[in-house]
Structure formats: structure tokens, C-alpha cells
Design a protein around this ligand. Structure first.
Ligand code: SF4
Ligand code: SF4
Ligand code: SF4
Length: 330
């Protein structure tokens, strides 16, 4: 009995993440037609193999990430895997077989298009719906585990750097970019701008993002693309509180600023620390938690104990991450 209890205590999170992943992907496998699981498109029935693989993957990842000290490394690797798989499937879909694409049609892999596309077409598609459901469930986890592009900004900003200087006028610049995107998309719709020009504009926005990542994120070791430029990230910042999850700094904080150097999202400046909550660009990634010797940075979910709130956040986020990884791409 003691052995079983010890085993459960050690792998508790696995026992939750596996059924949640199985539930999400099992439902997808049973309900969707045409199939959204890639193998199912090639060999009927084999979608279940993918569901099983996703559960194994979720078990491995959550077991690795249960230790806060290992989150940063695990997140960097798993988020990168997510993006590489996404772009590989996109390439295979364009070059080898259209079945690698979720809808059989190409959608530009630029995060801003998740906002701009539906406004231009005045039509909701699957991507905005996926995006909204993740924000409701896990707040800003889209921008730390689930977006196909953010992993590259995370990689560019990795390593040691001077993260103790706040980005000047960050919110004003963010607001300008999201305002521009919405205005241009609506004007394109209003004036019936053809899809060639709309696509070219989307490509331009994507290329500009890559340049920002390579020049500014790399140099400053802060995710400038995600925290300043990306309009989808700004939308996440504004709507993340529809989910009850929060990140909080307790009164145990001594304002030593050790955590600031760990945050690539520019969310732990002195002003934020004094306000006892990370700034608006916080994505609840958890990278900063091990830096605090006072254990002052905690997850919150209503009145749950912080450890339980963190466990719940990990279970939901990693189950979604594993599920999206094994879904066929755009
Ligand atoms: S800010 Fe934009 S690019 Fe970065 S992770 Fe969020 S949606 Fe993706
Ligand atoms: S490391 Fe901990 S104590 Fe130091 S500023 Fe950050 S939250 Fe406060
Ligand atoms: S404050 Fe902490 S949890 Fe929030 S983005 Fe920064 S490192 Fe991640």
C-alpha cells in the first residue's frame, strides 16, 4: 500500500495529464471528418496510434516539468519540437502531399493572421477557435507552450543577458501594432482588396517579425518579437484574465531582483515586483520560479494552494501542448 502511495505521489501529474490528453485527442479522432489526426488520413484507424503516442509524450513532458528547476530547459526543447513539427508538416504539405495540411488549403504561418485573417474574410476559422479555447482554459499559455512561432523568439532570447532594463514605451508600441493590424484588415475587407495583396501583406508582417527576432531579441536577450511586436501576443496580454489562473508575488519578496534576469518576457521589472504581480506580458511560463530563494513567485487559481494551482496549470497546458503537437497542421 505504501509502495502504491509513493508511486502515485511521484507520478501524480502523469495520472492526470494522460487521461486529459486522451480525452482531447480521442474526441478529435472519433468526431472529426475529415480526420484531424494525421495518420488517420493515410491509414484509417491509425489515428489511435497517434492518440497513444501523444499520451506517452504528455507523460514524459509533465514528469520532466513537475520540478520547477527543470521547466526552463524542458519548455525550450518541447516548444522547439512543437514548432519544428509544425513547419515540417507545412513543408511536407506544400511539397509532398496536401494531406499534411489540416484543411488542404494553405494558411500563412504568421501569428498576426489569427487576428487579421478572420477580420479580412469576416469569417471564423479553426485557428481562432483553437486560440480562444486555450486562452479560456490556460490564460497566456499560448505564448509559452502552444504557438508555432514563439519558440524561435524564446530561442533567440535564451542565454544570459541584461534583462534588468525595462523596454521603454512597450505598451504604446504594442497598441500601435495591434491597432494597425486591425485597421488594415478591416480596410482590406471594406475595399475588397484581393487575396494576393492581403497575402503579400501577411508575408511582409511575418518577415518583419523574423527580422525583429534576429536583430532585437537576439541582442537584448528579451523576446522583443513576442512582447512588443506580435499583435496576437498583445491580444493574449489583454484577454488572458478570462482564465482564473494568475501569477503572484507574495509578501515574502525582498525585492532582490534575482528573478528579473530570468524573465524573457519583460514582466519582472521593479514596478511589477513592487506591485507584487508580474507585468502584463507575463505568460505564466514559470522560468522565474527557481530564481527566487524566498519562493515568493506562485501560481494562483482562486483559493487553491499554490502547488495545486501550479499542478492544474501544468496538466492543462501540457495536455493541450501534446494534443496540438499531434494534430495535423494547417
Ligand atoms: S507573442 Fe505572438 S509569436 Fe509570440 S508566442 Fe505569442 S502569438 Fe506566438
Ligand atoms: S527573486 Fe523573489 S525575492 Fe527577489 S525580487 Fe524576485 S520575487 Fe522578490
Ligand atoms: S514573470 Fe516569470 S512566469 Fe511570467 S513570463 Fe516572466 S519568467 Fe515567465
Amino acid at each position: 500500500m505504501t509502495l502504491i502511495r509513493k508511486f502515485y505521489a511521484k507520478y501524480k501529474l502523469v495520472f492526470f495529464a494522460v487521461p486529459v490528453t486522451a480525452l482531447i485527442l480521442g474526441s478529435v479522432q472519433m468526431i472529426t471528418d475529415p480526420p484531424l489526426l494525421l495518420l488517420e488520413r493515410f491509414v484509417p484507424g491509425s489515428g489511435w496510434i497517434e492518440v497513444t503516442l501523444a499520451c506517452v509524450y504528455a507523460a514524459i513532458v509533465i514528469n520532466g516539468m513537475k520540478d520547477p528547476n527543470k521547466v526552463e530547459q524542458w519548455r525550450k526543447i518541447t516548444w522547439l519540437i512543437f514548432s519544428v513539427v509544425f513547419f515540417s508538416q507545412l513543408l511536407l504539405g506544400l511539397v509532398v502531399d496536401a494531406r499534411f495540411l489540416m484543411t488542404g488549403k494553405l494558411h500563412l504561418p504568421v501569428p498576426a493572421i489569427v487576428i487579421g485573417g478572420p477580420l479580412y474574410r469576416m469569417q471564423l476559422s479553426i485557428m481562432p477557435l483553437l486560440f480562444i479555447s486555450t486562452v479560456v482554459l490556460t490564460g497566456p499559455a499560448w505564448c509559452s507552450h502552444l504557438c508555432y512561432f514563439g519558440a524561435f523568439d524564446n530561442l533567440a532570447a535564451s542565454g544570459k543577458g541584461m534583462r534588468n532594463r525595462p523596454i521603454k514605451n512597450k505598451m504604446a508600441i504594442k497598441n500601435v501594432f495591434i491597432f494597425l493590424l486591425i485597421t488594415v484588415a478591416l480596410l482590406f475587407n471594406l475595399f475588397g482588396v484581393n487575396s494576393f495583396i492581403a497575402t503579400a501583406s501577411g508575408i511582409f508582417a511575418g518577415v518583419a517579425g523574423v527580422v525583429i527576432l534576429l536583430v532585437f531579441s537576439w541582442k537584448n536577450k528579451i523576446m522583443i518579437h513576442c512582447t512588443v511586436y506580435c499583435p496576437l501576443g498583445t491580444l493574449v496580454n489583454y484577454i488572458k484574465h478570462v482564465s482564473p489562473f494568475r501569477m503572484h508575488i507574495t509578501e515574502a519578496c525582498t525585492e532582490c531582483m534575482a528573478c528579473t534576469l530570468k524573465c524573457k518576457y519583460d514582466a519582472l521589472n521593479l514596478k511589477d515586483i513592487r506591485a507584487r504581480k508580474p507585468g502584463i506580458t507575463c505568460t505564466y511560463c514559470g522560468d522565474c520560479i527557481p530564481a527566487c530563494s524566498r519562493e515568493a513567485i506562485i501560481y494562483r487559481f482562486w483559493s487553491m494552494p499554490p502547488q495545486t494551482a501550479r499542478n492544474l496549470y501544468l496538466v492543462l497546458t501540457i495536455s493541450l501542448h501534446a494534443s496540438f503537437l499531434f494534430l495535423a497542421r494547417i
